[in-house]
Write a protein that binds this ligand. Structure first.
Ligand code: LAN
Length: 753
């Protein structure tokens, strides 16, 4: 690696992580112009070749840049593992080397292919081009992930879609590739073969319209006035899932103002490249409801079609004062979200859209615009396949609480006390301590006591992040390793528990960020075409299980705090989980792949309640549910002793085997079986043997298939999972049965620790 050393991950105590480029001496202080000189171009081109990524064996990169740099920094990273100590110890001993001094584990959270194009387009529209070294590696990433047929998927593992292809096409052109470069030509061929860019789904149309290479007339009304409706009306955006809401607001702003990049020769060329005929001949109105078959996951409902027709009629002569008022409110809303999240915003989509809005409203010299641009880099991640845009500003908190629980499960606090101490610090620091400004005015749920998925600068608390934060904080408290002032205080533990209670839905389940607000029929208005279940925040098995587990643990530590309320809440939560079980004994997982994940969560909650002194009303039902879950898991065990689930499972909602066993699915299945003390131990033994056989000499595990998902259709990378879940499963095993030698004989665990 000659060029990677010029890239360095800057990390901060609050979990912020930003890749910085520091050029070698000869290129120091290079301006954008300098990079265009022969010497500059040569340097960049050579750098790009170092990030050529061979995806024939696996489309997933393995986060090698960060990992190799960190291991090199720690010196001892490449030593092979300690045979005496067993697989759990070695897995943790490796993983600890990747921990940041601030206590979290930085890592790749890429995967979706519609995120970086949003940034590239926003940078172009706002005439704030990305620095050449970043642009070079973003381009390389896109080229690396081009499918053999010339197109790009919705995410790195997916088949080509119009959405993925049009967005990468436009991005590659903006990033300086010629229209006749072979990769660009192949992409254009794909686009034309599938009907041209009028077939791109709504979000693609939106981005193209911002660029001025698609007409706003070709988009159904996004009616900013929706924000002025009474909040009680289900279609008011305050009732949507927060991600849909926070993306709707800047989209409506841009639509209302018909925001558009300054015309240029380049953009006129682009206009003529994307469609089947001449740009001037495109039937924009006729294109509004077009969507390529390759992309279609959630077709427009009849209700949405009627709704769109009505709105489009209004759009011919919108009521001026109303429009103005709505757009002003949208801008207030954007400013509030920016301020509440320190310009990180809830996610990568509204971050860049808000950037464009703020640029449109206040111009490039405004502080707010500059703050936005600074935060772009919080979303960019560098790996051996180039520079990608993460699905969030990182998964810092989530990975930290999982890693901590996994290490504690195997009694790792003795050998890894410093790892645990750092994680504890991070958990204490990232809890939300002050209420978000104007949170009621902008439809935010309370936040104090909660934890976000990434860090506190981002600050949107999530039900299960809060629950796992609370659970982990209680586990750390049980260790009695820390002074009271070093750990989450009793008061803040209680705040977390109260917040969890306040998040619970009437029917007993928990959604992701807020309570479910709108009715289920709102999904009929989902206009995205590519995502399912985005309109409201549904109750999820995973979120509900995490909340139940946390409340059960909390109740033990604080038996009299909101006693009745907590007991009722757990009881109702359990009913929800039971109601979600499928015929075959499994649970669908909404946030990772897939049934092994959902089942693991459900089983943990059911086992935890059965083990507690709270005697649930539905004991018999729980026992039956656990038995069925066991049969399900057993039925999916493979010849080699492992479990392997394909991302397809999430889409088709049926278990789909992967080509190979996967360490992550195997770990979830094993954790579930061990939690319920599955009687046929050979099933567990074979699974553990598979995990051990897959452990690399360093203690690491290879990156296999992609493991995260959202909205049923888009995959997302969780780099930490390949380490954390084997650690967890091995820890549980060794704690119970002792260290298993590779030849199958056990070593007594107590003699070693
Ligand atoms: C996430 C990341 C975290 C994830 C868990 C906490 C793991 C989960 O248990 C609950 C749901 C949640 C919070 C989640 C929801 C959807 C997110 C925010 C993401 C997968 C990260 C990216 C994704 C977001 C929607 C991507 C942008 C796309 C849109 C459709 C707006």
């Amino acid at each position: 690696m000659k060029f990677a050393p010029f890239w360095k991950l800057d990390t901060f105590a609050n979990g912020r992580q930003v890749w910085r480029f520091s050029a070698p001496e000869a290129f120091k202080n290079f301006t954008e112009k300098d990079w265009q000189t022969d010497a500059g171009r040569k340097f960049l081109a050579e750098m790009a070749t170092e990030f050529l990524f061979d995806k024939t064996a696996n489309k997933n990169s393995a986060d090698l840049i960060y990992r190799q740099q960190k291991l090199a920094e720690n010196g001892s990273g490449f030593k092979s593992s300690n045979k005496e100590k067993g697989a759990f110890f070695n897995a943790v001993d490796f993983y600890k080397k990747l921990q940041d001094p601030a206590g979290f584990w930085p890592g790749d959270y890429g995967g979706p292919l519609f995120l970086a194009p949003g940034l590239v387009i926003a940078a172009h529209v706002t005439e704030s081009p990305l620095p050449a070294p970043h642009a070079t590696l973003i381009k390389q990433y896109m080229l690396n992930h081009q499918n053999d047929d010339g197109g790009w998927g919705l995410h790195i593992e997916g088949p080509s879609t119009m959405f993925g292809t049009v967005l990468q096409y436009v991005s590659l052109r903006i990033l300086g590739m010629d229209a006749d470069a072979p990769a660009v030509q192949r992409a254009r061929k794909w686009i034309k073969k599938h009907g041209g860019a009028t077939m791109v789904p709504l979000w693609g149309k939106f981005y193209l319209a911002l660029l001025g290479v698609y007409e706003w007339a070709g988009i159904n009304s996004l009616l900013p006035e929706m924000l002025l409706l009474p909040g009680q009306l289900p279609i008011h955006p305050s009732n949507y899932w927060c991600h849909a809401r926070m993306v709707y607001v800047p989209m409506a702003y841009c639509y209302g103002h018909k925001v558009k990049a300054k015309p240029s020769k380049f953009l006129s060329e682009l206009r003529e490249e994307l469609y089947l005929g001449l740009y001037s001949d495109v039937d924009w109105r006729g294109a509004r409801n077009n969507c390529a078959g390759t992309d279609m996951y959630y077709p427009q409902s009849g209700v949405l079609k009627v709704f769109n027709k009505l709105l489009n009629v209004y759009e011919r002569i919108p009521v001026r004062p109303l429009r103005k008022k709505a757009l002003n409110f949208a801008l207030d809303y954007i400013n509030a979200e920016d301020e509440q999240t320190n310009f990180i915003d809830i996610g990568p989509v509204n971050q860049v859209m808000n950037t464009v809005c703020v640029w449109h409203a206040y111009g490039k010299d405004d502080e707010r615009f500059k703050k936005h641009v600074e935060r772009w880099y919080d979303y960019l991640w560098l790996a051996e396949d180039g520079m990608k845009m993460n699905g969030y500003n990182g998964s810092q908190f989530w990975d930290t609480v999982f890693a901590t629980q996994a290490i504690l499960e195997g009694g790792g606090e003795k050998d890894f006390a410093d790892v645990i101490a750092k994680a504890n610090r991070f958990i204490v620091d990232t809890q939300v301590k002050v209420e978000v400004k104007d949170h009621k005015k902008f439809y935010r749920h309370d936040s104090v006591g909660g934890w976000a998925f990434s860090n506190s600068e981002h600050g949107w608390p999530i039900t299960d992040c809060t629950a796992d934060g609370l659970k982990t904080a209680l586990m750390l408290r049980d260790l009695k390793m820390f002074k009271p002032e070093e750990q989450v205080s009793d008061k803040m533990l209680q705040e977390a528990a109260s917040l969890i209670l306040s998040f619970q839905n009437k029917k007993g389940g928990w959604a992701s960020y807020e309570k479910t607000r709108g009715p289920e029929w709102l999904e009929a208005l989902n206009p995205s075409e590519v995502f399912g279940n985005i309109m409201i925040d549904y109750s999820y098995t995973e979120c509900s299980s995490a909340c139940i587990q946390a409340l059960l643990k909390f109740r033990k530590a604080f038996p009299s705090f909101k006693k009745r309320e907590i007991e009722r809440s757990i009881e109702q939560g359990i009913s929800f989980i039971l109601s979600q079980q499928k015929e075959d004994g499994s649970w669908y997982g909404s946030w990772a792949v897939c049934f092994t994940y959902g089942t693991w969560f459900a089983v943990e909650a059911l086992v935890a309640v059965m083990k507690s002194d709270l005697k649930p009303v539905k004991q018999e039902e729980i026992k039956r549910a656990l038995n069925n879950a066991a049969s399900f898991l057993k039925s999916k065990q493979r010849e080699d002793g492992g479990w392997g689930e394909n991302f397809e499972s999430c889409i088709v909602k049926q278990y789909v085997h992967h080509h190979h066993s996967q360490v992550i699915n195997t770990s979830w299945a094993l954790l579930s079986l061990m939690a319920m003390e599955y009687a046929d131990k050979s099933v567990i033994e074979r699974g553990i043997e598979l995990l051990q056989s897959k452990q690399l000499p360093t203690g690491d595990f290879a990156q296999e298939g992609i493991s995260g998902v959202f909205n049923h259709n888009c995959a997302i990378t969780y780099t930490a999972y390949r380490n954390v879940f084997p650690i967890w499963a091995l820890g549980r095993y060794e704690k119970k049965f002792g260290i298993k030698k590779s030849n199958g004989t056990l070593i007594n665990y107590d003699l070693i620790h």
